[in-house]
Design a protein around this ligand. Structure first.
Ligand SMILES: NC(=O)C1=CN([C@@H]2O[C@H](COP(=O)(O)OP(=O)(O)OC[C@H]3O[C@@H](n4cnc5c(N)ncnc54)[C@H](OP(=O)(O)O)[C@@H]3O)[C@@H](O)[C@H]2O)C=CC1
Ligand SMILES: CC(=O)N[C@@H](CCC(=O)OP(=O)(O)O)C(=O)O
Length: 352
């Protein structure tokens, strides 16, 4: 049923998790995709249909309806299904889709790592079966193609900004592979809709909170991809901070270059790596700010070389809910179904 989709057809897509921040954003993007006819919404805890405007305050003007979750119905009604669900959910729900080789785009971390033991170590949850993890495609869309895959694991938000910022330096052999330090900051929407002590207004407002130092679940995901690019990299230092923004994520990266490497060589690597990437803007020494990408699928990257210390400072910014979640999921959809990479993602920054 699912392999019959032809590029000129209009698509039917399913979405689970519209009530979450990532799911709402993805729904809003899907609605404007020129190849999508219908978005079917499924609620995991529903026993009967419910209007979407009663579930999500931000979608009060919508007329769609959520229906109860049913895997067989989802496969019968759609060409592809998106899961924008909490960690641990697709480990439990993906089985029928995998067994039927039905296309899935999963925004959660469940299928990103190739090792189940690593997933359990970093997410503290039961992992999907190893065979399925091996089958899943890690969809860092600007650097890989989901064309051949029916299970696409969409990257994490911190991982996306960090990997895109690091791509030029790790693909070339001019860095000290032991020197990568990442200091990343995110707004509160990155934590999802559940209120917690940290995301409570009184704690977030006018405050900075460092969390999960050396324990963040995106460390193994970043390492997995870095080692595909450069096997000399055995570890990174990675820190995350919650900042008083709703949307937006900045990854500040410090890397030492090897003796004898010039600023010009470094500059050329950045220019070459991003030359054919429509959504990644290389800003040279004009380091980007978060607000220039909020509301878009852009990743803006800047770089400054210090000739005294031989350390380069890289700054990579994204909208965590778009490039870091729903927007990249659309890029993966486009690759999987043969549309151009950035179809449906013509977005303007929210400015001022
Ligand atoms: N927020 C972000 O910036 C990013 C998030 N992600 C990942 O995307 C996923 C969604 O994130 P986000 O939207 O922020 O999270 P939210 O907490 O805002 O939303 C989680 C969604 O999952 C649903 N859900 C929870 N439990 C189940 C279940 N047992 N079965 C089916 N659905 C369930 C929730 O439904 P209900 O309303 O009924 O509880 C809700 O729709 C997460 O895995 C997250 O790690 C990835 C990149 C960036
Ligand atoms: C601000 C904030 O709390 N961000 C979340 C990012 C969550 C996420 O994207 O995690 P997975 O997709 O890997 O589950 C965090 O740091 O855990």
């Amino acid at each position: 049923m699912h392999n019959n989709f032809k590029r000129d057809d209009q698509m039917q897509v399913g979405l689970i998790g519209i009530s979450g921040y990532g799911g709402t954003q993805l729904y809003q993007l899907l609605k404007h995709h020129p190849h999508i006819d219908n978005i079917h919404l499924y609620g995991h805890d529903l026993t009967k249909a419910k209007p979407v405007n009663q579930v999500i305050p931000g979608l009060i003007h919508e007329s769609g309806t959520l229906v109860p979750y049913d895997a067989n119905q989802i496969m019968a009604e759609n060409d592809v299904v998106f899961f924008a669900t909490s960690a641990g959910v697709t480990t439990k729900l993906a089985k029928p889709f995998l067994e039927h080789d039905f296309p899935v785009i999963d925004l959660s971390g469940d299928f990103r790592l190739k090792s189940g033991a690593m997933f359990t170590k970093w997410y503290h949850k039961q992992a999907p079966a190893t065979a399925w993890l091996q089958q899943a495609h890690y969809g860092l869309a600007d650097f890989s193609s989901a064309e051949q895959s029916n299970y696409i694991a969409n990257p994490g938000c911190y991982a996306t900004a960090t990997l895109l910022g690091l791509a030029p330096v790790v693909m070339h052999q001019w860095i000290d592979p032991t020197s990568i330090i990442v200091d990343a900051k995110s707004g509160t929407s990155g934590a999802g809709k559940q209120l917690s002590e940290m995301t409570h207004f009184s704690n977030t407002n006018e405050n900075l909170q460092i969390y999960k130092v050396n324990q963040h679940q995106h460390i193994p995901e970043i390492m997995q991809q870095l080692q595909c690019w450069n096997s000399d990299i055995s570890a990174i230092q990675f820190t995350t901070t919650l900042v008083p923004l709703t949307r937006g994520l900045m990854s500040t990266i410090y890397v030492k270059v090897k003796t004898g490497i010039s600023e010009q060589q470094v500059e050329q690597s950045f220019e070459q790596t991003f030359a054919d990437k429509a959504d990644i803007h290389y800003c040279h020494q004009k380091l980007p700010m978060v607000k220039q990408v909020v509301g878009t699928n852009y990743c803006d990257v800047g770089m400054v070389f210090n000739p005294v210390t031989k350390i380069i400072t890289i700054v990579s910014v994204i909208d965590n809910l778009i490039k870091g979640a729903g927007g990249q999921a659309i890029q993966n959809l486009n690759q999987r179904f043969g549309f151009s990479l950035n179809q449906g993602l013509s977005l303007e920054p929210i400015w001022p």
